[in-house]
Design a protein around this ligand. Structure first.
Ligand SMILES: CC(=O)c1csc(NC(=O)C2C[NH2+]C2)n1
Length: 130
């Protein structure tokens, strides 16, 4: 009912705010757009489910996330994919892995500091009721 739509609207605002802040952080430039298949043709051979910050934003706008947990699963794909695609010891791989770990830690710190656990519980109730 209307109260549920109010909660889901507040969730979208919360998730959009986080995603936009991450997109503005220069450390995460490589994660802002889908990897270009022309430039990196082997990427989708290695990475089964590509994800990036602009796709997260589109998913939010399309009401794909009813809980913060579902958003976190896709957000975690961004840095997990980067670790998987860049495993080597060469400096470029190490560089992008450091940024992947920085993204992981930044997402978790924001959620820990800014997500009200009661709000997430209400979102879980809505998910279970659907
Ligand atoms: C988004 C992402 O994970 C990404 C974009 S380019 C890249 N890696 C390289 O360009 C080479 C360094 N060793 C492969 N990783």
């Amino acid at each position: 009912e209307q109260q549920e739509e109010d909660v889901l609207r507040e969730l979208r605002l919360f998730l959009r705010n986080i995603t936009e802040r991450l997109s503005l952080d220069r450390r995460f430039k490589a994660f802002t757009k889908p990897v270009d298949i022309e430039e990196v043709p082997d990427y989708i051979l290695v990475i089964k489910k590509p994800m990036d910050l602009s796709t997260l934003l589109t998913n939010i706008d399309e009401s794909k996330y009813v809980t913060v947990g579902k958003f976190m699963s896709d957000a975690d794909l961004i840095w997990r994919n980067a670790l998987e695609y860049n495993p080597d010891s060469d400096p470029m791989d190490r560089h992008i892995r450091h940024r992947a770990y920085a993204l992981k830690d930044t997402i978790r710190a924001i959620i820990r500091d800014e997500l009200d656990e009661e709000f997430e519980r209400v979102c879980e109730e809505i998910r279970e009721s659907r």
